[in-house]
Write a protein that binds this ligand. Structure first.
Ligand SMILES: NC(=O)c1ccc[n+]([C@@H]2O[C@H](COP(=O)([O-])OP(=O)(O)OC[C@H]3O[C@@H](n4cnc5c(N)ncnc54)[C@H](OP(=O)(O)O)[C@@H]3O)[C@@H](O)[C@H]2O)c1
Length: 370
């Protein structure tokens, strides 16, 4: 018998399990699944732990064994009904004798969808129960399938009064050592880290996950640099032979001598004719390099461009318990001049956590993933 409140608790648990695979499952969706026996006792759980590996449903069913017969399977994403890198999950659900299936998000991938309808046809009771926890988990996947764009997370560290650097451009360090380790961990879970030329010139960053204990992936680096001013001797260029590095510039800059020198050092250069093209450039880069997630670590120039183009999906903000009090010091975004508070860009807060030192705030742009 269905009990929506109980279903929600189990789906929320499945979403938490799924999230542990961030950085391993992508570009596949992160999926979590729980199996209850006939009496409603949890007898198996699992997540899709890596791209190409067994799906969450199969793992949860294998753990449940014979106890799954006549039971309920709850999964964060509609079970697949196609032969991809693994056999269809709908087969495993039918073989295990599951009598009821509850899922959070319908699969937007036309190749994999249809699992719910197929199970219903075979006599399994099916409930579609979209909840915020499963939406949050699946929005990056839905967004990628629908738009071809990577999921873009803008990260910045700011003082309480909203400054990301001093007026002279010093930003090291606003956030604590602990917060910076968290950023390195995140770098080790995304496919690319992107910055702007202003940050390259001010900070000479490497953008590698070197402070992460066991990085799950090595991110590409992307620099948005219209006039191709990236110095030959900066750290991003001197490490380009080991870590793929792409500079996006205007078409005329791409043809000059500086471009030839950068290419000789292993930097890949591609052009974007205007702000309007930045999304198309990121889309084609994502297709070629399999970028599911991109972390942006830049100043207000690039963040402003990305926000104005509606390219940002999440914001990860580290708020340090510090005040600068200088109106000349830059904030996290430039290039908008709304006259009314009603014209602000408004996020959905996902989690706001005090962490001993800084506050870590995670926001989502409404409409991402639809
Ligand atoms: N606290 C933090 O988390 C954090 C993180 C990173 C950086 N920072 C600080 O941020 C500062 C750098 O910020 P930034 O904004 O100069 O650099 P940026 O965002 O890294 O790069 C500037 C980018 O914005 C473009 N741009 C500049 N002004 C623009 C405008 N008015 N309209 C549209 N696009 C514009 C530039 O294009 P062009 O190529 O045409 O110039 C370039 O693509 C440094 O002081 C750095 O330390 C702080």
């Amino acid at each position: 018998m269905s009990d929506p409140a109980n279903d929600i608790l189990h789906l929320e648990h499945a979403a938490r399990i799924a999230l542990r695979a961030h950085g391993q499952a992508e570009p596949n969706p992160m999926v979590g699944c729980v199996v209850l026996d006939q009496s409603g006792t949890l007898v198996g759980e699992g997540r899709t732990a890596r791209c190409g590996g067994p799906h969450a449903e199969r793992i949860a069913l294998a753990r449940a064994g014979a106890a799954a017969r006549g039971g309920t399977l709850l999964t964060t994403l509609e079970p697949c009904s196609h032969h991809g890198r693994t056999p269809p999950c709908t087969d495993a659900i039918l073989e295990a004798g599951i009598s009821r299936m509850v899922y959070g998000t319908a699969d937007p991938n036309p190749e994999a969808s249809g699992g719910a309808a197929l199970l219903m046809e075979k006599g399994v009771a099916v409930d579609h129960l979209p909840i915020r926890a499963t939406d949050l988990l699946n929005e990056p996947h839905v967004h990628r399938v629908r738009t071809g764009l990577p999921w873009i997370v803008a990260k910045w560290a700011q003082t309480i009064d909203g400054r990301i650097a001093t007026a002279k451009g010093d930003s090291r360090w606003i956030s604590s050592a602990r917060s910076r380790r968290l950023v390195h961990r995140e770098r080790g879970r995304v496919d690319a880290v992107m910055t702007g030329i202003g940050t390259v010139l001010a900070d000479d960053p490497r953008l590698t996950p070197r402070d992460a204990r066991s990085p799950r992936r090595t991110p590409d680096r992307i620099v948005v640099d219209d006039e191709l001013r990236t110095p030959i001797d900066c750290r991003l260029v001197s490490t380009a032979a080991e870590t793929p590095t792409t500079i996006i510039c205007r078409p005329d800059a791409e043809r000059g001598d500086h471009a030839t020198r950068l290419r000789a050092l292993g930097v890949s250069i591609r052009s974007s004719a205007s702000d309007e093209d930045l999304g198309d450039t990121l889309r084609s880069l994502a297709t070629e390099r399999n970028h599911a997630t991109v972390l942006v670590e830049s100043g207000g120039g690039l963040l402003g461009r990305l926000f104005r183009q509606d390219l940002v999906n999440d914001a990860l903000v580290f708020i340090a318990p510090k005040m600068l009090g200088d109106q000349e010091a830059p904030g996290s975004m430039r290039g908008r001049a709304p006259e009314r508070i009603a014209d602000c860009i408004t996020f959905e807060p996902i989690s706001i956590l005090p962490r001993q030192d800084d506050v870590v705030a995670w926001y989502r742009m409404p409409g991402s993933g639809t």
